[in-house]
Design a protein around this ligand. Structure first.
Ligand code: OSB
Ligand code: MG
Length: 371
């Protein structure tokens, strides 16, 4: 029997970060995110749209996500008999771009389906290959190198398995040299969020001496071909993030030699259906993947944990403890890590955590119901 969603509740919540997060495209102090609740037969499923506050990481932002789910994706799913959560992707595939908005809705229906079947989400999506997922951290650009070194030390002491630092022209070779001097043996990588062009190839080549695990998305957000040229020059593996929005693009990038590793983000590819297909393409090609993050609140974080139980998520991801981001999270319990730098998988039905409704209500900036 299919799933009929009879109500969709959209919420926008605001949550200040405990520490600002700076990337090559800007600094964030407070998140504004859209949550999607889908209801059917008295059950609720939850999703979180991972779009940022501005269209700087990709074309999406909080307001576009709200409008896409409310005016385009939501109405295509509401009161329609879905054979399964897989159908949400197909029902909204006519929308160009806006994968994060589509993916927030899709993930909510997967959560609902898992709850209906009384199963954990990781099992519902065909994951569960591991009982704990390996965790790394993503550390933003800091005001000083000393601030950065102190942060890295804290995270290593907390057990995290790898450190990713954000880089950009002027915060790259010299900074990484200092980090390597102080921490010669940690698993280290840099994420440029598209801050360079091929004209910077020599500068990026200079990073080879620091034996980084990988360099993430050095070149333009929509440019696979230049990455082929750059990868041919570098010893350091390139990992693509922004460029990979579908399994087809993943297959092309791998075939052309644009990268040796792929970061999978649920929202960026439009939900669990496409995320699994990207995963499978990479697995077949022997390209390891890891789970990226978008400064998620608890619901998005829990979905990332479920995703990272698929077998080819063999590298530590950007999925870390709630307290690194929030004074209080919207789920109970909060996401915590073990001293081994892992997150243990929970087996409660759905995404595995409870929603802190009282707190959620208190940070809700707007709410709208579709039925
Ligand atoms: O490129 O991975 C990225 C945060 C916002 C936008 C893009 C990125 C990031 C992160 C943070 O690196 C990962 C996290 O801790 O959630
Ligand atoms: Mg990235």
């Amino acid at each position: 029997m299919g799933i009929v969603i009879d109500r969709i509740v959209l919420r926008e919540i605001r949550m200040p970060l405990v520490h600002f997060f700076e990337t090559s495209f800007g600094r964030t102090y407070e998140r504004a995110m859209v949550l999607v609740e889908v209801r059917s037969e008295g059950l609720s499923g939850w999703g979180e749209v991972t779009a940022g506050e501005n269209p700087f990481y990709n074309e999406e932002w909080t307001e576009s996500a709200w409008r896409i789910v409310r005016d385009y994706a939501g109405p295509r799913v509401l009161n329609y008999e879905l054979a399964s959560a897989e159908d949400v992707d197909k029902r909204t595939a006519h929308i160009r771009g806006h994968n994060m908005a589509r993916g927030g809705l899709e993930a909510a229906v997967w959560d609902l389906q898992a709850r209906r079947n009384g199963r954990p989400l990781h099992q519902e999506i065909g994951g569960g290959a591991r009982r704990e997922i390996p965790c790394g951290v993503s550390i933003g650009i800091q005001d000083t190198v000393d601030d950065l070194l102190r942060k890295i030390e804290t995270e290593i002491n907390d057990g995290y398995q790898r450190i990713k630092i954000k880089i950009k022209p002027g915060w790259d070779v010299d900074v990484i040299r200092e980090v390597r001097k102080r921490f010669p043996s940690i698993k280290l990588m840099g994420d440029a969020n598209s801050a360079y062009t091929l004209a910077d190839a020599d500068r990026l080549k200079a990073l080879d001496e620091f034996y980084l695990m990988m360099i993430e998305q050095p070149l333009a957000h929509d440019e696979i071909i230049d990455h082929v040229e750059l990868q041919a020059k570098l010893q350091t593996p390139i990992c693509l993030d922004e460029c990979i929005r579908s399994a087809h693009q993943a297959a092309q990038a791998i075939r052309m030699g644009a990268c040796r590793i792929i970061n999978i983000k649920l929202g960026r590819v439009g939900g669990f259906g496409e995320a699994k297909r990207v995963h499978d393409v990479c697995q077949k090609a022997n390209v390891p993947v890891w789970c990226g993050g978008m400064l998620e609140a608890g619901i998005g974080r829990a979905h990332n944990i479920a995703l990272a139980t698929l077998p080819n998520f063999v590298l530590p991801g950007d999925v870390s403890a709630s307290k690194r981001y929030w004074k209080r999270d919207i789920i109970k319990p909060w996401v915590e890590t073990t001293p081994r730098g892992t997150i243990e998988i929970r087996d409660d039905p759905g995404f595995g955590y409870e929603i802190d409704h009282e707190f959620l209500e208190s940070i809700t900036a707007r709410k709208e119901e579709l039925s």
